[in-house]
Design a protein around this ligand. Structure first.
Ligand code: LLP
Length: 426
């Protein structure tokens, strides 16, 4: 087999020099469903979900963080594998319920929950709601919520893009330790069942060091809670955060290693403080869906703009993947009909949007890309289309799930009519 990118989904293969995923040639998929097209590999989704379930204790809950890609079919797939869902808005809650997630496996977040969101959580009778502010307590109780966790901000900085760290002192998420203790006290006073604690340090973490520190910190905090309130957490939700590789050579811990390291540390830290072992919750987003998808784009204009820069313009861009702009992520790409062919130069892959920042990949070696070629960009399953927009009146791409030679549309492509349907004549 010819050399292929490691960051492609598990079912990716090269057939006669061309890329196939889920047993289907990329060019067939593009012809049948149009481009840009987000292609999720079911095999990868299943194996990453299983890696979490297998590494976690039997009574643990692995809750898919729906924000990574809110999609009913993916949620249905995860529900079938025994996973739960972490939601943070009314919309995400609706996706989870539509995806057949049972309410007891839903965890509701939000740093600014509306009354509607609190009521919907109570009406659905979700398993847990996460208190993120002091006034969540009386409002959740008034809405009829039963069981809560309290999210605490430990003051731990993580090695990731500043926009996606959340556990530092001054974060808009969670409560500082003293306020968290007060929230637990108040929650119990108003009749909420305070089940435990929540911590989420940040996203796209490429080692387990910070989460291990987080767990150590949490054990100390749980001991403080015991001293202050004669209360210990029956549930500990360690959030999400495990990163993925976007280019060959970038290393992310394997799911099993990451979960194993966290659990070992948690057990150790809990024992050290003589705390009763809690039920553990995980909330992975990116590491469940990120590596499973490739985005297929059609190449249009190829333009030599200066001696040093040649643009390869594709038919999508920042409206289906704003991450290069927002977080400086570096993506890989392959010309699907010439996988493994020698690059003939360096190209800058740009989108079709009206701004110069609409660059998907700065300077990447490609084999003489030309109009009509298909470009596959791997590791685009998380926070890409989910953060997409209709900038420039561009309808968002369709999404297919592929497995063993079959493709199912799991989100249809938007049309210009969909966009116009929202308009009024004023
Ligand atoms: N739990 C909570 C409470 C969260 O806030 C998040 C992500 C997760 C779980 C899932 O984290 P993950 O396993 O995906 O790292 N748009 C950004 C990522 C924002 C993450 C927000 N919270 C990006 O594209 O990198």
């Amino acid at each position: 087999m010819r050399r292929m990118l490691d960051v492609l989904p598990e079912s990716a293969e090269v057939r006669d020099g061309a890329l196939a995923v889920g047993g289907l040639a990329a060019n067939e998929l593009a012809d049948r469903f149009g481009t840009p097209l987000v292609v999720y590999c079911e095999q990868t989704l299943r194996s990453d979900a299983r890696a979490y379930v297998d590494a976690a204790p039997a009574d643990a809950l692995v809750a898919y963080s729906v924000k990574a890609f809110p999609n009913v079919a993916l949620i249905r797939l995860f529900a079938g594998l025994g996973l739960g869902a972490d939601v943070s808005t009314l919309g995400e809650l609706a996706y989870a319920l539509r995806g057949g997630m049972t309410a007891d496996r839903i965890v509701v977040h939000g740093n600014n929950k509306s009354d509607d969101e609190l009521r919907a959580a109570a009406e659905a009778d979700v398993g847990l709601l996460v208190i993120d502010a002091a006034d969540d307590v009386p409002r959740a109780a008034a809405a009829g919520v039963r069981s809560v966790l309290v999210r605490v901000t430990p003051g731990i900085d993580v090695d990731t893009h500043p926009a996606i760290g959340t556990g530092y002192t001054g974060s808009k998420f969670g409560l500082p330790p003293d306020d968290a203790i007060e929230a637990i006290r108040r929650a119990r006073e108003v009749g909420l069942e305070a089940r435990g604690l929540h911590l989420h340090l940040g996203s796209q973490l490429l080692d387990a060091q910070a989460p291990r520190m987080g767990v150590d910190w949490l054990a100390g905090f749980a001991a403080e809670c015991r001293a202050a309130l004669e209360w210990t957490p029956a549930v500990v939700d360690v959030g999400g955060g495990l990163g993925i590789a976007h280019v060959d050579g970038e290393r992310a811990p394997a799911i099993g290693d990451f979960v194993g390291a966290l659990l070992a540390r948690l057990q150790h830290a809990w024992r050290l403080h003589d705390l009763p072992p809690p039920r553990v919750l995980f909330e992975p987003g990116r590491s469940l869906v990120g590596r499973a998808a490739v985005t297929l784009y059609r190449v249009g204009v190829v333009k030599r703009a200066s001696e040093s820069t040649t643009y390869v313009a594709v038919d999508g861009g920042m409206s289906d993947n704003p991450r290069p702009q927002l977080y400086g992520v570096r993506h890989a790409a392959v010309v699907t009909s010439r996988v493994g062919a020698e690059a003939d130069g360096q190209y800058t892959v740009c989108g079709k949007h009206c701004e110069s920042g609409d660059v998907l990949i700065e300077r990447i070696g490609l084999p003489a890309p030309r109009r009509g070629d298909l470009l596959a960009v791997p590791a685009t399953g998380a926070y890409t289309l989910g953060m997409g927009s209709n900038y420039n009146g561009v309808p968002r791409p369709g999404v297919v799930l592929v497995s063993r030679g079959e493709a199912r549309v799991i989100r249809r492509r938007e049309t210009v009519d969909d966009l116009l349907a929202l308009e009024t004549n004023g």
